[in-house]
Design a protein around this ligand. Sequence first.
Ligand SMILES: C[S@@+](CC[C@H](N)C(=O)[O-])C[C@H]1O[C@@H](n2cnc3c(N)ncnc32)[C@H](O)[C@@H]1O
Length: 246
Amino acid sequence: MNFREGDYILLVCEDRRYLKALTKDFSLNYKERVIRFEDIIGKEPGYFINGFYVLRPTLEEIILLGFQRKTQIVYPKDSFYIAFKLGLSKGKRLLEFGVGSGASTAVFSQLAGEVWAYEVREEFYKLAKKNWEKFGLCKNVKIENLDFMSADVEENFFDAVFVDVKEPTLYIQKVWKVLKFGASFATILPTTNQVSNLLKSMENLFCNVEVLEILHRPYKPNPDRLRPQDTMTAHTGYLVFARKRI
Ligand SMILES: C[S@@+](CC[C@H](N)C(=O)[O-])C[C@H]1O[C@@H](n2cnc3c(N)ncnc32)[C@H](O)[C@@H]1O
């Protein structure tokens, strides 16, 4: 579909990428180049003008370039993998607590049938909702401004859980109770000692435990000088996966 007023667009100029709303007063300058509303409106995605490619943003680009962040977010390299490890599909109900800026929820909600989400801090609860509404995301997410420990949820209710809080060990008994037998658990933790504490607390409650990290190493896409970029994000977090056992 051709671009219309109000669409979000991704502009690519050399190695720069910009995510912008296509409003009547839109214009962008980079070096000597300029691109305006009237250059884009009615054009097809992939169009090239004045040194800019005009595209529709993917979910990854929306999260990385369009979401306002006031917390650490789960980066798409991790959240897309977590979504598959959780076995999400339209028939599944996911529990998530520690919603923060709403980045990981935006990924999971695309694959899950419904998401029950809890965020204890009001400012982040509002921020996540604002990020989702801006891009029309997370319509199947039921979010509450609540500490997960106060959430009133049935036992054996969820098919999967994603936990993104500092000390998941504090919640592990309740998490176990609200999951169905065999359901999937996932979390992300920045340090190995947090992982060790969590593993101890999971003994006799969970099976099929896996710990891993994802190294994402982008390359400069020059066919004659193909090589990795000079800098990379070396660490985001350790991912822990497990299944609820009897
Ligand atoms: C690192 S952020 C989550 C980031 C989020 N996953 C994302 O990708 O945008 C952790 C969040 O957990 C929230 N939190 C901490 N303890 C919680 C609890 N017991 N129940 C609900 N939210 C909690 C914090 O307020 C914070 O916003």
